[in-house]
Design a protein around this ligand. Structure first.
Ligand SMILES: Nc1ncnc2c1ncn2[C@@H]1O[C@H](COP(=O)(O)OP(=O)(O)OP(=O)(O)O)[C@@H](O)[C@H]1O
Ligand SMILES: [Mg+2]
Length: 420
């Protein structure tokens, strides 16, 4: 009996990756054996509509991209996961609850070299949030807020450091602080935002982003000073094998810890150590206009992981298993000896061996399909649509060609690497 696994794409402004994802899954034309049945896959874009909480969504897996800002969908994916057993990627509760601050605290407990970080109460409490009156806010802060010396904290951390929101994203409100005067100015300007001060990793000699999708991790060189479309650098051999392994473990462990299937970790290297500074990015860059050369890796990895999840009817982990990680943290040894132990848990969490076996058995033709597709006019047209949504009219052609040609470079390199 043929059985169809339903994959839902819950999207916002995304244009390019879903179109490529849909096309590749279609071209794979899978019909996989499962006992006496066969399994095929249908991909559909999730619609937003009123629903009775008692209804059963049709999806086995939902790849969600808007939970962090679109409240109707945030609640819908939560209902689908908790009530109907839908595998939602990423875990919506862990997006909502684990801000940058929590992720710093948790990884510090595991021994990650997160730079020294302080939390500051906000400079201002007014206007108060709508759920509280100004009078209650005034009473609370007058009664319980300690006066403190901002300059003393600055001296304790040591300049330079970064001021940035505890729940950051998109570089909003991030500034580098070089002296006490600047510290005061930036704090005054931060208003009602709750801010961190974080010791700068300065000077760093390498900036990397490790994108994790399931157990797969791609380590990319990153240049924060480049224009948006060129921040992910096309580079090879910028880390040793050992460093690459470490960075892959960083991403995998963080993602397993927080039950995120799809996230990036930013780390800066100084004196040979990688300091992770931002790893609560559970809706990472996924556009050809930012990932360019690295875009096919992301699409292929999402295809592999979501098909594995759908085929095996993998159970979503609703509650994180933090205790197992803490047990290792509390045991003997330094961070370098603990990291591979955390990674063992992470690989187990992602069922890495079974995943690799699934890819080797059922997705043997994926490389070929993807290599062919990313060389077609259809792929170029998808890139053009994305470029058209972001760039001024006179730049559409030139940037479409630019991103397409970077993807062709990926094809050349990938063919060589896979000996295809
Ligand atoms: N401790 C640090 N040391 C050195 N540079 C830092 C540090 N913290 C932040 N930065 C710089 O500021 C940038 C923005 O900071 P961060 O990544 O924490 O903020 P964000 O708003 O979460 O960014 P994103 O858009 O990547 O989600 C970083 O990419 C890096 O260039
Ligand atoms: Mg960042």
């Amino acid at each position: 009996m043929p059985k169809t696994r339903q994959i839902g794409l819950s999207l916002g402004a995304d244009i390019c990756w879903p179109a490529c994802y849909e096309e590749i899954v279609k071209r794979l034309n899978l019909s996989l054996p499962s006992g006496t049945d066969t399994v095929d896959f249908a991909v559909e874009r999730v619609r937003v509509a009123p629903y009775d909480l008692q209804y059963t969504p049709k999806y086995d897996v939902v790849l969600d991209r808007i939970t962090h800002w679109f409240m109707t969908t945030r609640e819908w994916v939560k209902k689908a996961a908790i009530m109907d057993g839908v595998y939602v990627l990423n875990n919506p509760w862990m997006i909502q609850a684990a801000e940058k601050h929590t992720t710093y605290a948790a990884m510090l407990r595991l021994g990650f070299p997160v730079p020294q970080t302080w939390m500051l109460p906000p400079k201002s409490y007014f206007p108060a949030p709508t759920i509280v009156s100004d009078a209650d806010m005034l009473a609370t802060t007058r009664r319980y807020n300690d006066l403190f010396s901002l300059e003393k904290i600055g001296e304790q951390i040591g300049y330079p450091f970064f001021m940035k929101p505890y729940d950051g994203g998109a570089w909003r409100g991030v500034s580098m602080i070089k002296d006490a005067a600047q510290l005061h100015t930036s704090y005054d300007e931060s208003g009602t935002q709750v801010m961190h001060l974080q010791k700068a990793v300065e000077p760093f000699d390498l900036f990397v982003r490790g994108m994790g999708i399931g157990p797969q991790v791609n380590v990319m060189k990153y240049d924060p000073t480049a224009p948006l479309h060129a921040r992910y650098v096309v580079a090879k051999d910028f880390v040793t094998d050992e460093e690459k392994k470490t960075l892959q473990m960083y991403s995998r462990v963080i993602n397993a810890f927080f039950c995120w299937d799809y996230n990036t970790c930013e780390s800066l290297r100084k004196d040979g150590t990688f300091f992770p500074i931002d790893f609560a990015n559970a809706c990472p860059d996924s556009q050809v206009t930012s990932l360019h050369y690295h875009f096919p890796w992301m699409v292929l990895s999402l295809v592999r992981w979501s098909l594995f999840v759908a085929y095996t009817q993998r159970k979503m982990r609703l509650n994180p298993d933090w205790e197992s990680f803490f047990k290792i943290a509390e045991g003997e040894g330094d961070f370098a000896t603990k990291l591979p132990k955390y990674d063992e848990l992470a690989r187990k969490h992602f069922d890495a061996e079974r995943f690799e076996e699934f890819c080797g058995t059922h997705l043997k033709h994926l490389d070929e399909v993807a290599l062919e597709f990313f060389g077609t006019d259809a792929a170029k047209e998808i890139f053009r649509q994305k470029v058209g949504a972001l760039f001024p009219k006179h730049e559409i052609n030139v940037f479409t060609e630019h991103f397409y040609s970077q993807v062709q470079d990926w094809r050349t390199d990938y063919k060589a690497e896979k000996k295809l």
